[in-house]
Design a protein around this ligand. Structure first.
Ligand SMILES: Nc1ncnc2c1ncn2[C@@H]1O[C@H](COP(=O)(O)OP(=O)(O)OP(=O)(O)O)[C@@H](O)[C@H]1O
Length: 559
């Protein structure tokens, strides 16, 4: 047991532990320990008494007719070495190794505070605590104990403990910076005298929730971080585990799928309110956001039906229709709580939503995927107000409806994932059209614009979002040499350098602002390879566990 403990200390890099470990493992000590343990067993089972009796009886029976065995045993047991060992054992086992403490004084006041003396061996690693001074009383307290740090691993210092002395020096009246200086310049063992916090929360570091952060933080450039050295930069889309959120202003997070030791404090965690993040600052005004969305570029092939949505319904009306649940609220949340989710084989499939800059090949990939196995993959049938052509059947190419019906569906914003107008006719993809495909047992594959993310990332559709990313400009020029692009005037022509640059820029923009919502990214370089990747990703979305918003699994009032 001792050796196991020491081995643990070696792993924790505690000074001298390695030396102690090798000493304890030395063969001579092992042999001695074995002898000691055998003797201990003998004594415990009262064999010691029997040995003495045996010795006596051997002496009695030695004469006149001792057996050979009795003689041999007598010689062994009365050997001075064995006698010495027995007597050493008796002496050691009688000794009291408890510390010899002076008796408690009789006149000890009732309200005397219990102090704890904590010795930590620093060993070139940071202590992993922060301190604060109570402005009213001037007392110094341990403010935070960083998960995984030296103090946390010792289990002896806790947030809220009052610091009385450091290395024998009283800290009352000192500036926190002065105490930090003492700690920084201390080497080897540091002795703390603390008054332990009385109502310490039990297990306050086991709270586990996982977030996908939409903001991004550079700990060393953010002046509001209280302890920059304990902070770590992270980016949008990183999955973070909440280790401790007992503090009202700060929470302790760690990044998953990364070095588990990297920990940091971060901004307040309020999942349903807007707080300061990089993302929110970028879009401080709703008009900025709308401008971005409009400049992000519609799918060329569907540009026809989305281009004039503002004109069709009036820009202000459009805003009031979409803002309350639209992309504004998606981006305003600095975090999103997520859980690991495995799609149940008996539930409808997850919707596959493809997203990418116009012209990158979203439709081409979607079309090819459906072509591979139309019995498994299917698109959603759009609604339109235009009259059917002679070869078209209602519910097959389109759902043909009147303008009044379309307007009613738009006013009830839940009905359309996306909609728009072309040449006086309205077009749109409804939630029900997607649900119809899913209900038939097929995997529904649609392409969307970023503003539709909110409509598909719901508990009902559970969209798996795949970003189709453009390759480098040079690679695109190479692979698109013989391809044609549909222009704004709905004519098809070969790709120009400007088209390629436009796709590249729009792709970067989209990735920068929406990467936190991407479940998978496919670089559309070679069509064949991209198609294989798409097929694999779509299968993985259904068959393997994925991070999804907690609200999809445990809906709340706010979700
Ligand atoms: N990897 C690729 N290599 C070569 N050509 C490609 C590749 N991906 C797509 N294309 C071609 O690029 C053109 C544009 O593709 P597609 O229509 O799918 O674009 P999109 O992203 O859907 O944009 P939009 O919705 O505006 O049409 C098509 O002619 C398509 O065949």
């Amino acid at each position: 047991h001792v050796i196991a403990e020491v081995r643990g200390s070696v792993n924790k890099d505690i000074n001298g532990a390695e030396l102690l470990y090798s000493l304890l493992n030395a063969p001579w000590l092992q042999s001695l320990l074995k002898v000691e343990s055998i003797l201990h067993t003998l004594i415990n089972s009262e064999l010691k008494v029997r040995v003495h009796h045996l010795l006596l009886s051997l002496q009695v029976y030695e004469f006149p007719k001792p057996s050979n065995e009795a003689r041999e045993l007598y010689a062994l047991l009365s050997h001075p070495h064995l006698q010495a060992l027995l007597s050493a054992h008796d002496t050691v086992s009688l000794r009291d190794y408890e510390p010899d403490l002076p008796p408690l004084p009789k006149d000890l006041p009732e309200d005397e505070e219990a102090m704890r003396i904590v010795c930590l061996v620093k060993n070139n690693q940071p202590l992993g605590t922060t301190i604060r001074r109570d402005d009213v009383t001037g007392e110094i307290y341990i403010a935070r104990v960083i998960h995984g740090g030296l103090a946390n691993r010792s289990g002896l210092l806790h947030a809220g403990d009052r610091l009385v002395e450091v290395n024998g020096q009283p800290v009352f009246g000192l500036e926190p910076e002065q105490i930090i200086q003492i700690l920084t310049h201390s080497h080897g063992t540091i002795m703390f005298k603390v008054v332990p916090i009385t109502d310490r929360p039990v297990n306050n570091q086991t709270m586990v929730t996982v977030c996908a952060c939409h903001g991004g933080v550079q700990s060393h450039v953010d002046p509001s971080i209280p302890c920059a050295d304990a902070g770590m930069a992270f980016r949008k889309g990183d999955i973070l585990e909440i280790v401790d959120q007992s503090d009202t202003l700060w929470c302790l997070l760690k990044r998953l799928c990364y070095d588990q030791k990297e920990l940091w404090w971060f901004q307040p965690y309020h999942p349903y309110t807007c707080v300061k993040t990089c993302e929110y600052q970028h879009f401080a005004h709703a008009s900025d956001l709308k401008e971005y969305i409009d400049s992000a570029g519609f799918r060329r092939s569907l540009r026809l039906c989305r281009q004039r949505r503002g004109q069709a319904f009036g820009t202000s009306q459009f805003c009031t229709l979409r803002c309350p649940t639209g992309c504004y609220s998606l981006l305003a949340n600095p975090y999103e709580e997520v859980v690991r989710y495995q799609h149940h084989p008996e539930h409808p499939h997850r919707l596959i939503a493809l997203l990418g800059p116009s012209g990158v090949g979203v439709n081409e990939l979607r079309r090819r995927l459906i072509e591979i196995n139309p019995k498994v993959y299917q698109g959603a049938v759009p609604h339109t107000t235009r009259p059917p052509k002679c070869h078209e059947g209602s519910g097959r190419e389109y759902h043909f409806i009147s303008r009044e019906q379309f307007d009613t569906m738009v006013c009830n914003h839940r009905w359309f994932i996306e909609f728009g107008e072309l040449r006086g006719h309205l077009y749109g993809t409804s939630v029900d059209a997607v649900k119809d495909v899913l209900a038939s047992g097929k995997i529904c594959v649609i392409d969307i614009e970023p503003y539709a993310l909110e409509s598909v990332r719901t508990a009902e559709l559970r969209a798996y979002v795949i970003f189709i990313k453009p390759p480098t400009v040079e690679q695109m020029k190479c692979t698109r040499m013989n391809s044609h692009i549909i222009t704004n005037c709905y004519t098809s022509r070969p790709f120009k350098d400007e088209d390629i640059q436009e796709i590249e820029d729009a792709g970067c923009n989209m990735e920068q602002h929406y990467c936190q919502f991407f479940d998978h990214v496919i670089v559309n370089d070679g069509l064949q390879a991209a198609c294989v990747q798409l097929l694999t990703a779509v299968r993985r979305a259904q068959d393997e566990p994925q991070w999804v918003p907690t609200a999809w699994i445990r809906p709340t009032d706010q979700s």
